[in-house]
Design a protein around this ligand. Structure first.
Ligand code: FES
Ligand code: FES
Length: 156
C-alpha cells in the first residue's frame, strides 16, 4: 500500500507515492536521489541525517515521510552552491571543521538552526547546542570555531 505525499524540497514541490512506513531520510536519499543527507546510525543517535523542516532541524531517520506532508524541507543541496558557498560552508573550510566529511552535511544543517538562535552565543553554548551531531573524526573544535566565526562576522 502506498500513500501520496506532497513536499517542497529545496524550493521544488515534489509529489510521491510512498509506503506509509518510509522515513523522510529514505525518501530524500533513495526516491529523490539527494544523497548529501547521510545515513549514519539510522536510530536517531548521530545527527548525520539532519535536515530542516519548516526551518527547524529534524532527524530525518526518525521522521516518517508522510509527516512532511505540505512542509518545506531543506537539505544540504539547498544550501549554497559550489561557486557561492553559504558563509557557514566557507567557515567550515577555513576552520578545517571536517576530515572524512561524513557528518558534515548534518553538522551544517544543524548549525543553521544554531546560527539563527540569538540565545546561543558562546563557545560552550554552541558546543551544547551541537551535541546531537557526532563526529567520529573529532573535528568538534573546528566546527564550533566555524559557527562562532559566522555568528561574529557574517550573521545569517
Ligand atoms: S542517521 Fe539519523 S541520527 Fe543517525
Ligand atoms: S568529519 Fe568524519 S565523522 Fe565528522
Amino acid at each position: 500500500m502506498t500513500t501520496s505525499v506532497t513536499v517542497t524540497v529545496n524550493g521544488s514541490e515534489r509529489r510521491l507515492a510512498v509506503d506509509p512506513r518510509r522515513t523522510l531520510l529514505d525518501l530524500l536519499r533513495e526516491d529523490l536521489r539527494l544523497t548529501g543527507t547521510k545515513k549514519g546510525c539510522d536510530h536517531g543517535q548521530c545527527g548525520a541525517c539532519t535536515v530542516l523542516v519548516n526551518g527547524r532541524r529534524v532527524l530525518s531517520c526518525l521522521s516518517l515521510a508522510v509527516m512532511a506532508e505540505g512542509a518545506d524541507v531543506t537539505t544540504i543541496e539547498g544550501v549554497g552552491t559550489p561557486d557561492a558557498l553559504h558563509p557557514l560552508q566557507a567557515a567550515f573550510i577555513r576552520h578545517d571543521a571536517m576530515q572524512c566529511g561524513y557528518c558534515t552535511s548534518g553538522q551544517i544543517m544543524s548549525a543553521l538552526e544554531v546560527l539563527a538562535d540569538p540565545e546561543v552565543t558562546t563557545r560552550e553554548q554552541i558546543a551544547e547546542a551541537m551535541s546531537g551531531n557526532l563526529c567520529r573524526c573529532g573535528a568538534y573544535a573546528g566546527i564550533v570555531a566555524a559557527i562562532l566565526d559566522v555568528k561574529a562576522h557574517a550573521p545569517v
